[in-house]
Design a protein around this ligand. Structure first.
Ligand SMILES: NC(=O)c1ccc[n+]([C@@H]2O[C@H](COP(=O)([O-])OP(=O)(O)OC[C@H]3O[C@@H](n4cnc5c(N)ncnc54)[C@H](O)[C@@H]3O)[C@@H](O)[C@H]2O)c1
Length: 280
């Protein structure tokens, strides 16, 4: 049920690759809530063509931009303002990719060129977006910018690899730029730290099924879905959260505050009963 929370607002949504993407769900909800949006993704992702379906469904235009390229971001921000007819009220940064994860390089055998690409795509792109937007004065006063993060920024999760460093950097940029942009234009900047979610990026993490199940058993409310994440992002884009900024906001069913749950303990004890080999 729509609440008209974004009536009259203009937004840019990065990262809708297919209908599993968190950004896809955010775009659908933003449209339902009355926003006008521009969709964007890297040129290689647009060639897959799925985003056109979303564009039709939400009556929005698609503008290509590689988020690691400042010149692409400049063109995007200018074009989006022309298309939408004014300054931007909200932006979703839903971008993540690690060539080391893709090429199955382990954390103690990283390729450093890939590592730099991981940081550039998944974290520095956020700084580039914010810096470019500020220089162009593209975001309206009290605008809201949200990027998606994961708890591996704070704690070690086997298999998350160099994306952990990328998420730490992303959250740090959120605080640093949140101050700079908040002070000058009242723009708020936050990250949402989401539960494991079955998407193209999520599925790339080694042992993702186990991570998903563990996190679900550990969380009193269970894992948060992509749709639920989209609902939360909408509240952050709305006027109901005008004084929330520089935060990493956990959207994870309670996982981040847990140490051990009954369900995980039961599961673990069952494994012990089955006489697992010593090294486990
Ligand atoms: N899926 C999960 O378990 C999970 C959990 C927490 C946080 N997140 C984060 O959510 C965000 C969205 O991921 P998702 O799970 O929806 O997966 P996804 O694969 O659907 O989305 C990732 C997007 O990043 C885009 N991208 C990659 N390189 C780019 C570039 N150079 N320029 C512009 N866009 C580029 C891809 O085209 C894709 O659309 C990511 O930041 C991810 O780390 C995901």
């Amino acid at each position: 049920m729509a609440h008209h929370l974004l009536e009259g607002k203009k937004g840019i949504i990065f990262g809708a690759l297919n209908n599993k993407s968190i950004a896809w769900k955010v775009a659908e909800k933003a449209h339902e809530e009355g926003a006008k949006i521009v969709l964007t993704n890297a040129p290689y992702a647009l060639r897959l063509g799925e985003i056109d379906t979303l564009a039709q469904q939400t009556g929005s235009r698609v503008v290509a931009a590689d988020a690691t390229k400042v010149e692409d971001l400049e063109l995007l921000l200018k074009e989006a303002q022309e298309i939408l007819g004014g300054k931007i009220d909200f932006i979703l940064h839903s971008i993540g990719m690690s060539p080391n994860v893709r090429k199955k390089r382990s954390y103690d055998d990283l390729d450093y060129h890939y590592f730099q690409q991981t940081l550039d795509i998944s974290a520095l792109s956020f700084h580039k977006l914010l810096q470019t937007a500020k220089k162009l004065d593209a975001i309206a006063d009290y605008g809201s910018v949200v990027a998606l993060s994961y708890i591996a920024a704070q704690r070690t999760f086997y298999g998350y690899n160099d994306m952990a460093e990328a998420k730490s950097l992303l959250e740090s940029i959120t605080r640093s730029f949140g101050y700079i942009y908040g002070r000058s234009k009242k723009v708020r900047i936050n990250t949402v730290s989401q539960s494991p979610t079955f998407t193209t990026a999520g599925g790339g993490v080694r042992g993702f099924d186990g991570l998903y199940d563990y996190s679900n058993r550990m969380s009193p409310l269970g894992n948060a879905s992509a749709e639920e994440c989209a609902d939360y992002c909408i509240t952050l884009f709305s006027d109901l959260t005008r004084k929330v900024t520089m935060q990493n906001l956990f959207h994870d069913g309670g996982f981040s505050s847990m140490g051990m749950s009954e369900r995980v303990m039961g599961f673990y004890n069952k494994c012990l009963d089955n006489n697992l080999p010593e090294e486990w």
